[in-house]
Ligand binder design. Structure first.
Ligand SMILES: [Zn+2]
Length: 155
């Protein structure tokens, strides 16, 4: 039987599906989001073997693969330094907020890894090395955008 792909050029079309979904964030994600919602605190956890401090917290260490227990959690600073960013100026259906805003990787004080969030104000002053602080929403519901964004406190 002949394979049609040998006789006809197999074209593809690009498409996009917007599909609402819900999934469990698990014990680790729940603990992190509940602290954002109820206490306006950013929690991290520390690998008991290598000492890497993760924010958001992880169930196990990505470096040495050991489980990170509930005794290894800590509150981390809501301030840090921008290490990388990109400014978004176009509107797109899946964005967390209306543009313009920036996606930024923020090195929170005391963390070993970058934390990805958004910066909405002061984009003209935004640069790598800018010092920022989390600003929480007045009404929080247990999601990452309970942090409204990060404010530049020192450019
Ligand atoms: Zn580790």
């Amino acid at each position: 039987m002949a394979d049609w792909r040998n006789e006809v050029e197999a074209l593809t079309l690009k498409g996009q599906i917007k599909m609402p979904y819900t999934w469990s964030v698990g014990e680790t994600g729940s603990r992190f989001l509940i602290a954002l919602r109820d206490e306006q605190k950013i929690l991290a956890n520390r690998c008991p073997k290598c000492g890497t401090v993760y924010v958001p917290p992880r169930k196990n260490c990505g470096g040495c693969f050991v489980d990170i227990g509930t005794d290894d959690w800590l509150e981390i600073s809501s301030e840090g330094v921008v290490t990388s960013f990109t400014v978004v100026r176009y509107a797109y259906a899946l964005q967390p907020v209306a543009p313009p805003f920036a996606y930024a990787i923020i090195q929170l004080d005391g963390a070993s890894v970058g934390f990805v969030h958004i910066i909405k104000d002061g984009l003209e002053r935004l640069k790598n090395g800018a010092r920022v602080r989390a600003k929480f929403q007045e009404e929080r519901s247990g999601r990452i955008l309970d942090i409204d964004g990060f404010k530049i406190i020192e450019a």
